[in-house]
Design a protein around this ligand. Structure first.
Ligand SMILES: *Cc1c(COP(=O)(O)O)cnc(C)c1O
Length: 393
């Protein structure tokens, strides 16, 4: 792609680097961890998944954690277990990954978009009230890029019966006013995709406090079966077949992933601490770049630092956001737009007759946001190289 040895002429005289936007931090420990399930032959949901769930729940201070195949299937499972279906409306932020809205369509319900805040990139609580109706059954606040949505402000504008489903894809280990993501709403779903804070390849985790909801989700992730495979195989009654009184799915995580997840989870705090350190470095080094708005940080919480997403001020920037991204790419630095304005995607635009200008902040965030590299495989030289490139654009 790029010549790795090309000498730069900027003042740092750094050699040209290739810096990925994100890279999972996996290696020997994870490699060793999958030996046990492979050797024992218990490969799908079993003891490793159970231990991963137990540890995840403990760290996030919630009573229930259930592993699933992705954050997306976890969100679908949560909505289905809450009986959300045709005729129901679910509020979602306009600026998010498309899955947040897709899961509402999976249930035959209607996503109702609410615009976001340009500084936090999260749902704007002031815009919610006008989107509520008699049909509103739930809201899916997204903790985008690892910054928790303002749950208190959201709760203060929604009726008590409206369920709060956290899209915590980016928020493993993140905190809001001293409480962990995953315990802020009625139910939450985390992602272990390689772009997220910890990974199992693909994978997700739903968390909740309610025992009955946890039991429903537990059955529904396993085809709706009333007893699990483990109970069946380990129990004393070989003739027992499960009953099925709920329509379920196969959203089970494998024990190979559970084993990897356990190792990754043991490193979560270290991963976030390290990224928080470099986020602070970026803040100190880039604070003087007047056209670059740096990510918001919580007052009394903890950013999960899934990614470091800036906002390029079009009125002050020396060139367009896209041109800036191209220049950085020429220097071997990967960047990405933060995410999408979902109402502008064809599926939503056409199905619901939406216009990009209906959600001006989401549109701006799509157009002017820029994630710069922040991950656990970057070196000190990588970070200073990114800073120099941005300062010397
Ligand atoms: C990544 C992401 C998802 C999807 O997670 P998967 O585990 O890939 O299904 C959903 N919502 C948000 C906000 C995300 O960033």
């Amino acid at each position: 792609m790029h010549g790795a040895n090309q000498i730069q002429t900027n003042k740092s005289m750094n050699k040209k680097r290739n810096i990925a936007i994100a890279l999972p931090s996996t290696g020997e420990d994870e490699w060793q961890a999958i030996r046990e399930p492979l050797l024992s032959g218990w490969i799908t949901q079993g003891p490793k998944v159970a231990e991963f769930e137990k540890q995840f729940a403990k760290i996030h201070q919630v009573p229930h954690a259930l592993a699933v195949t992705s954050c997306t299937t976890g969100l679908h499972l949560a909505l289905a277990a809450l009986d959300i279906g045709p005729g129901d409306e679910v509020i979602v932020p306009a600026f998010t990954w498309v899955a947040t809205a897709n899961v509402v369509l999976y249930c035959g319900a209607t996503p109702v978009f609410v615009d976001v805040d340009r500084e936090t990139f999260n749902i704007n609580p002031a815009e919610i009230a006008s989107k509520l109706s008699d049909k509103t059954k739930a809201i899916i606040p997204v903790h985008l890029f690892g910054l928790c949505a303002d749950i208190d402000a959201i709760r203060s504008v929604i009726p008590a019966h409206v369920k709060v489903i956290e899209d915590a894809a980016c928020a493993a280990g993140a905190k809001y006013k001293g409480e962990y993501a995953g315990g802020l709403g009625d139910v939450a779903s985390f992602s272990f995709h390689p772009r997220k804070s910890i990974t199992t390849g693909e994978g997700g985790m739903v968390t909740c406090r309610d025992d009955d909801l946890a039991e429903r989700m537990n059955q529904m992730r396993n085809h709706g079966a009333t007893i699990s495979e483990e109970q069946r195989h380990n129990g004393p009654k070989p003739y027992i077949l499960p009953d099925f009184n709920l329509l379920g799915f196969n959203y089970r995580m494998t024990d190979l992933q559970g084993a990897v997840g356990l190792v990754q989870l043991s490193k979560l705090k270290q991963f976030i601490d390290e990224k928080a350190h470099w986020a602070e470095y970026y803040r100190q080094q880039l604070g003087g770049v007047d056209w670059l708005q740096l990510p918001s940080e919580p007052d009394n919480g903890r950013h999960g630092w899934q990614s470091f997403v800036c906002y390029v001020d079009p009125a002050k920037a020396p060139m367009s956001r896209n041109r800036i991204m191209e220049c950085l790419q020429e220097h071997g630095i990967s960047t990405r737009p933060g995410t999408h304005s979902v109402p502008t995607l064809n599926l939503y635009k056409e199905r619901f007759g939406l216009q990009a200008d209906d959600f001006p902040a989401a549109k701006d965030c799509q157009e002017f946001s820029m994630a710069i590299p922040l991950h656990n495989r970057m070196t000190e030289e990588d970070y200073s190289y990114v800073v120099d490139a941005l300062k010397n654009l």
